[in-house]
Design a protein around this ligand. Structure first.
Ligand code: BGP
Length: 465
């Protein structure tokens, strides 16, 4: 028996990418934190490959947008790099070459009838602002970000209908200040992480306020929602998962949608004397300037248990309240080490419907990175990535279930359209519908790209039950 998995006729079928991972560093007036990290610590990057050329979207955007259109994409997200658009970081004065480049990309999307979602921050703070002011720890940097956004809105605000302020803001404190896998590679810096969480929420709200004063489109945020499932239904495990959810998901989701931070987080931070510095005016800005729509990046769940051993650390850190739970029998993508659990998409959909005003939302990233895809290339040069098609089908099946139950989801973006550079994993794991030969920059459509075209044309697909 086969079953139809169907979506609305105007559903977005697209993919996400980001400036720092696609464009290459050509003509940039500043280095971002990733550019700097690579220049100074190349050994951290897979095969020593950096962002200089990346996928060379900077020069190839015309053919790339056309190719994306040819695989059925009707929308895509990318980002404006702060370190490219802004020449003078203190005043927000733009760089002329960058202005021309972004105008051209926007025009090309229009020409191809492609909905563009433009994001303003994708882990890519200009390195000077990190060195000089401590990056997102500083409220001066929050104000400089608002200046950057103002310049972007003045230049392109009414040419683009959909904007987002940040991509996965939790990754900035988590990867940079708690777990140490992104530059500045600090560990257990809970107090700093907490201030960064607050400051980014403030920056997002200030930019939303400005956008609504200046432009007529819609503005949102892209969050990595990682449902926290408890090991068991014991009160200890359940409380642990609630706390992990509040800290890692709701610390951005609640202010973005409801204008308020989770109470249990505020209580916990207050008890431990590590609450962020805030003012009543700032809290009012956060309260009054919430998002128009939400982007959800989903890759894998988080499985947690109550701590069994005390964390050996004198500093305050959220990790002292939980341990990762290595669930027996879980499905894993061995290349990335992430669990595959499509059902979480349904849970996210219902959570948004029930607890977040059923706000309009879309899946803004979902994907599977695989190493060594060359071995799946056939005699005609096509990469037969059936595993990726299966992965997408399973996730879309769960998304459709959520939509059928009333969740207000309007689109699906995969990560990513064309294989791209992925921070310190560089080009290890490939995610694209379109494969990239790193030495020649030749692009070839994979089997999943052909499949996506049929899905977009038919507004869905059928599966065997
Ligand atoms: C998300 C990021 C993307 C992208 C993706 C894949 O967290 O928003 O920028 O990189 O993950 O992950 P990775 O590149 O680490 O394999």
């Amino acid at each position: 028996m086969s079953k139809e998995v169907k979506f609305a006729e105007d559903f977005w079928w697209g993919a996400a990418m980001s400036g720092p991972q696609m464009e290459g560093t050509f003509d940039k007036p500043h280095e971002n934190v990733m550019d700097y990290w690579y220049r100074t610590q190349k050994e951290d990057f897979f095969d020593g490959v950096g962002p200089e050329a990346a996928t060379d979207f900077y020069h190839r955007y015309k053919e790339d947008i056309k190719m994306m259109k040819s695989i059925g994409m009707n929308s895509f997200r990318t980002s404006i790099q702060w370190s490219r658009l802004i020449k003078d970081l203190e005043t927000g004065e733009p760089d002329e070459k960058a202005v021309e480049y972004y105008h051209n990309v926007i025009a090309e999307c229009k020409k191809n009838n492609m909905i563009l979602v433009m994001n303003l921050h994708h882990f890519d703070i200009p390195i000077e602002l990190l060195k000089k002011y401590g990056g997102w720890e500083s409220k001066h940097v929050v104000n400089l970000f608002v200046k950057f956004a103002k310049t972007a809105f003045e230049l392109f605000g009414n040419e683009i209908e959909y904007w987002t302020t940040f991509n996965e803001p939790m990754v900035i404190p988590e990867a940079g200040y708690l777990c140490g896998f992104h530059y500045p590679k600090l560990v257990n810096k809970g107090e700093e992480a907490v201030q960064i969480i607050y400051n980014i929420n403030l920056a997002s709200a200030k930019v939303i306020e400005l956008y609504h004063q200046m432009c007529n489109g819609k503005i949102g945020i892209v969050l990595n929602l990682t449902p926290a499932y408890p090991r068991s239904q014991s009160p200890e495990d359940l409380n642990t998962s609630k706390l992990v959810d509040a800290f890692y998901n709701r610390n951005f989701l609640d202010p973005a949608v409801h204008g308020e931070f989770p109470e249990e987080v505020i209580d916990l931070l207050t008890e431990n004397n590590v609450l962020w510095e805030s003012t009543p005016e700032e809290l009012k800005t956060i309260h009054d300037n919430t998002i128009d729509f939400l982007g959800v990046n989903y890759y894998h769940p988080k499985r947690v248990k109550a701590r069994e051993t005390k964390l050996d650390c004198d500093l305050w850190t959220p990790e002292q309240y939980y341990e990762e739970y290595d669930m027996p029998g879980k499905r894993i993508n061995p290349y990335r080490g992430w669990e595959i659990y499509p059902e979480a998409i349904y849970d996210i959909a219902i959570n948004i419907k029930d607890n977040y005003n059923n706000i309009p939302w879309f899946i803004s990233e979902n994907g599977m990175g695989v190493e060594g895809e060359e071995k799946y290339r056939d005699e005609n040069g096509k990469i037969n990535d059936d595993y990726r098609i299966d992965f997408y089908k399973e996730h879309l099946f769960q998304l459709e279930r959520g939509i059928k139950e009333g969740s207000n989801c309007f689109g699906y973006h995969t990560w990513t359209a064309i294989d791209c550079w992925s921070w310190n994993n560089a080009y290890k794991n490939r995610y694209g519908f379109i494969g990239l030969d790193l030495t020649t920059q030749k692009r070839t459509i994979k089997k999943s790209g052909e499949w996506y075209k049929t899905v977009s044309e038919n507004h869905g697909f059928s599966i065997e039950e």
